[in-house]
Design a protein around this ligand. Structure first.
Ligand SMILES: NC(=O)c1ccc[n+]([C@@H]2O[C@H](COP(=O)([O-])OP(=O)(O)OC[C@H]3O[C@@H](n4cnc5c(N)ncnc54)[C@H](OP(=O)(O)O)[C@@H]3O)[C@@H](O)[C@H]2O)c1
Length: 290
């Protein structure tokens, strides 16, 4: 039987790495996985994780989603000359008070999280439309559905990706191409250590007003508590990706956790946003997750 060709971005760590390993190790060898990463010197972790020889189910390719030449080169290396399932997973985070973000840091976030995702979809979408078949799975976040304090630029980039996918989904209905967002809460990956964050004790905050400084310190404590108490294991989240990959008609959104659903629902029950803002303020700054 012909294998399902899956291309995943951002496989050097975290969810991308875990998903690549899971699909390449599938007992019935149903998938051919192109696990891509921008820096091939990081491929050892993936190779160690797959352990056995997966010559027929796994290939590792260099792919930097913000580099058009890299995208073109990776496309050329796909032997089957098609991608059945595209997983847009590569991302960078940015955390800190808005006043401390450099223009370059914000541009980087949008270049990777939004424009890199768009370029990747643009590369593989024409083939899917032509074949009238395909799935695009996008790693998203509760931070793409609701604002999270001190994550304003990251959330803005993820909100943009939500708008991108929701808009595309309507047109893609005509082509039997399905686009799905996987809405993750905190997941035990290297995301927190990989993200660019403002050190709450560092010099960048010197000019900041003391009140915002104090709130940021409290947010960091809340965030650490949240990851300690409610973060999901990568395996649990990967199950949701598998569900989307295998569903004949996957919906636009999958939620890996119900934990944030009461907040998400507030956007609908109180469209002017005031209840959400109050509830999230209480959740973050009341000390429950510190
Ligand atoms: N972990 C969480 O708590 C959490 C929560 C909500 C949503 N998510 C979502 O889950 C997805 C995966 O995150 P993760 O937790 O697995 O984080 P991660 O371990 O930090 O992985 C991010 C991956 O993206 C790659 N990447 C960054 N820029 C790239 C570029 N220009 N081209 C190609 N690859 C690039 C990184 O490669 P390098 O190693 O080269 O930097 C890394 O492989 C993201 O979309 C994120 O928004 C995660």
């Amino acid at each position: 039987m012909e294998k399902v060709v899956v291309l995943i971005t951002g496989c050097s760590s975290g969810i991308g790495l875990g998903l690549a390993v899971r699909l390449a190790s599938d007992a019935s060898h149903r998938f051919k996985v192109y696990a891509t990463m921008r820096n091939l010197s990081k491929k050892e972790r993936l190779l160690e994780s797959v352990q056995d020889c997966h010559a027929d189910t796994l290939e590792i390719l260099q792919l930097d989603i913000v580099d058009p030449l890299s995208l073109a080169a990776a496309t050329q290396r796909i032997r089957e000359q098609r991608v059945d399932v595209l997983v847009c997973n590569a991302v960078v985070g940015l955390m800190g008070p808005l006043e401390t973000y450099s223009y370059q840091a914000m541009k980087n976030i949008f270049d990777i999280n939004l424009f890199g995702t768009i370029s990747t979809i643009q590369t593989f979408l024409p083939g899917m439309k032509q074949r009238k078949a395909g799935k695009i799975i996008v790693s998203s976040s509760v931070g793409g559905l609701q604002g999270v304090p001190f994550n304003s630029a990251y959330c803005a980039s993820k909100f943009a990706v939500e708008g991108l996918c929701e808009s595309l989904a309507i047109v893609l209905q005509e082509f039997n191409v399905h686009i799905s967002l996987i809405e993750c809460g905190p997941v035990n990956t290297s995301f927190l250590t990989n993200l660019q964050s403002t050190d709450p004790e560092g010099s960048t905050l010197q000019g900041l007003d003391p009140e915002t400084h104090g709130l940021y310190r409290r947010y960091i404590q809340h965030c650490q508590g949240l990851f300690r108490d409610v973060a999901q294991d990568t395996e649990e989240v990967i199950q949701v990706f598998l569900e989307a990959i295998q569903a004949p008609h996957p919906p636009l959104r999958y939620f890996t956790t119900q934990f944030f659903m009461p907040f998400t629902k507030l956007k609908l029950s109180c469209p002017d946003g005031s209840e959400y803002v109050r509830a999230m303020h209480k959740f973050v700054f009341s000390g429950a997750h510190a």
